[in-house]
Each structure stands twice: as C-alpha cells, then as structure tokens.
Write a protein that binds this ligand. Structure first.
Ligand code: DI6
Ligand code: FE
Length: 389
C-alpha cells in the first residue's frame, strides 16, 4: 500500500479497549490524514520509542490578557478565592484586561501558551471564552482561538463564567443577555456551551436557562460543576446530557450516579485543586463505582491554574487524586476525546481515526504519569504531518 506517512518500528499504546492497548514494534501507516495500517514491524531490533494518540487538553481558558500573580500572593497571605472574587478581582480582573486587549494581542499571547502545551505531545485543545462577558469581547476571544495554529482547537462559549460589573446585582438580566443576544450571535463560532454553576457565579436555575438556549442552537453543553461547593451542578449537567462535568471536588454520590446513567464524562482538574490548595478531593472511587469515565485537563487559566503542562496534570491526577497511570493516560486521550464528543475521530490509535500522534522516548506508557518536570516527547503528528519542534 502506498502511504503518505509510514512510522516504522515503534511501540504503540493504542489506548483502545479501555487499556493501554500495547502493540510492540509495529509500523503505522497513514493515508489522507487517517490511520490505514497497523502491522508488526519487519525490523528485528527492539524499539525504544512509544507512539500514543496525540494528547488532548479538553478544558482550558488559554485566551486572555493580564496577570493575576498578585492574587496568588493574596491567597498565601490568607485571602480566599471567593473573597478576592467578591471584591472585584478574580475572573473580573481578567475580564478588564481581556476587554482592553486587541485580538492580535490575544492571539500572540495564547499562541505562546499553546506552543508550550504542544511541546509535550498535545494535538487537540479545547479553549473557552469567558473573559469577555459581552458580545463583542466574547466574540473577540473565540475569534482569537480560531486563529491559533499548531493544534486542533475546539471552542466553547463560556459567557456564563461570571457576572460582569455592568450587571452587578442583576444576574438574571445578564442571563437574559446571554440567552437572547450573546449565544444566538456566537452559536456559529463555537462547538459547545459551558457555564460556571457556583455561589459566586450562576445558580442551577440560571445554568438551566443557558443550557436550554444552547440546545436551541444544537450546541453540546458542559459545566464547571461543584468546584467550591455542592449546588448539584454535576447532576444537572448529566440530566442535560452534558458531554462533561468538570472539577467535581464537592460532587455528591447522587450526582455521580446521574453522570454514570447519562454517560457524562468527569473532567478532573488537579492543577486548580493544587493551586487553590483545595483539600476536598473529587469522588474518584464513586466515579469508578458508577462507571463514569474520567478525563484530566490543565484548566489553564490566569487565576486558578496557570499550568501549561498536561503531563504534570497527569502526575498530579495520580499523586493527588489516586488515578492509576493508565487512568491518567486514558484521561488525556480516549476519555478526553469523549469529553469533547470527538471519540469517533481522535483519542485512540485505530484504523480510520485521525493520524494525530505523540512520540515519546520512554520505557513504558506508565512513565508519562509517573515522572514530572520531564518532557520525553520527541515528535508530534497532526493528521499524519510531522510538526516542527
Ligand atoms: N473555575 C476555574 O477554575 C476557572 N474558571 C472557573 O469557573 C478559573 C477562572 C479564573 O479564576 O479566572
Ligand atoms: Fe475552568
């Protein structure tokens, strides 16, 4: 068969079948951007390289302006995230900076961050809006995300991230604005709709209104749920057939059961847990018990997770949350694809899937979660095209 690309004699972690799916010393053939051949290599030498599906960071806020290291200092001096938020810092501080930035400035700073993520073998990144909070600035953020290069980008509208200062004390009016203006105008610019269901943000009733508006435009939904308190957000997301419910530190078993029943993926975000010095652990054992698939993402954002290493988040998911190295790798491949509704395209190495790969110099795929501060990635392919380092 004539291939556009033949990767010869690598060990393959296909990540299919809920396992590493290991194929030692195989050749991988690609045609028209798709995997068309997986066969044992004729080369008698053992390979020291491992090919995995390109990693997927399924929850980020990569586009923004400004710097919030001052809030890190304030928290270390005793303030809480909620206190900083209530006095107009937090998300609203990033909103002010992002509104003031040009689209060119947003693209160039986000491109630097994206390149950093990609260096470890990431090939697909979900990027949320949510630091604009008005039609023009949310559109500017989604427009910036569209202009990024070097990875597949999935864009999520997160206009329901916080209540902008011009709607202070009138959160229902802002939800009207989202449902009647922002979402209808930007429905063609995004793949999904997200909201922050939390005491300092939107109530379950308001979240449901945003979900209803998203459904009118045929958009998938997902939710920042139960990060700081339990408002039943993960259960609400599941009842709405959300692709994912994310964070989940305070999620109840009742909500976990609903997630299992509806196939809603649990996106675990250990970077935010770590950086906020949270002590309440997400209910990993219950998620396993109820058959909920777990994904792992960076949640990269300037306030609660200024982390640009998905490999480090895998390690944190194992050390802090108790995921096995296999669960951590499934969490950034097969299960992350499902959290984006892209399981038919990416996330595993199988015939017919997109030829997005990462190549690592490791002894076994478990090394990806067991080491930290190390980058063993030696190659990256997007649609069968080798990417520059
Ligand atoms: N939870 C988070 O961790 C991010 N958004 C959210 O709803 C953080 C947002 C921020 O503080 O800028
Ligand atoms: Fe987030």
């Amino acid at each position: 068969m004539n291939h556009d690309l033949l990767i010869e004699n690598v060990n393959v972690a296909t990540m299919s079948g809920g396992d590493y799916g290991i194929l030692m010393s195989h050749d991988v053939g690609v045609k028209d951007g798709r995997i068309v051949d997986l066969s044992p290599s004729n080369d008698p030498r053992a390979s020291n390289l491992w090919l995995t599906p390109g990693l997927i960071d399924c929850h980020t806020h990569l586009v923004y302006a400004g710097n919030r290291a001052n809030e890190f200092e304030a928290r270390l001096a005793g303030d809480t995230y909620q206190q900083i938020s209530q006095r107009g810092g937090g998300i609203l501080s990033s909103v002010a900076a992002t509104r003031a930035a040009t689209i060119t400035e947003l693209v160039s700073s986000a491109q630097v961050r994206l390149n950093q993520l990609c260096r470890e073998g990431v090939t697909t990144v979900e990027i949320k809006s949510g630091y604009g909070l008005d039609l023009e600035s949310e559109g500017k953020m989604l427009g910036a995300a569209r202009l990024l290069t070097g990875a597949n980008i999935k864009r999520t509208l997160l206009a329901a991230h916080s209540i902008p200062s011009e709607f202070k004390g009138e959160s229902d009016s802002y939800v009207d604005q989202i449902c009647n203006i922002i979402l209808p105008e930007l429905a063609g610019e995004c793949d999904a709709v997200d909201a922050f269901c939390e005491g300092i943000a939107f109530s379950p009733v308001q979240t449901q209104r945003v979900f209803d508006a998203a459904k009118q435009f045929g958009l998938a939904v997902k939710l920042h749920a139960d990060q700081l308190s339990d408002l039943g957000g993960a259960g609400l997301a599941a009842e709405n057939q959300a692709l994912s419910a994310d964070h989940l530190e305070y999620t109840s078993e009742e909500s976990v059961r609903k997630m299992g029943d509806n196939g809603t993926v649990a996106v675990l975000l250990p970077g935010a847990f770590y950086f906020l010095r949270e002590t309440k652990l997400p209910p990993v054992e219950q998620l396993r018990k109820h058959g909920v698939l777990m994904a792992v993402a960076t949640d990269h954002n300037p306030g609660t997770s200024p982390c640009l290493s998905l490999l480090l988040c895998m390690n944190m998911a194992s050390v802090l949350f108790g995921l096995s190295p296999l669960e951590a790798l499934l969490g950034v491949t097969s299960h992350a694809a499902r959290a984006l509704g892209m399981q038919d395209e990416i996330g595993t190495i199988e015939l017919g899937k997109r030829a997005d790969f990462a190549l690592y110099n490791i002894d076994h795929p478990r090394d990806l979660a067991s080491r930290f501060g190390v980058n063993p990635c030696v190659g990256r392919y997007l649609g069968g095209v080798r990417q520059p380092d």
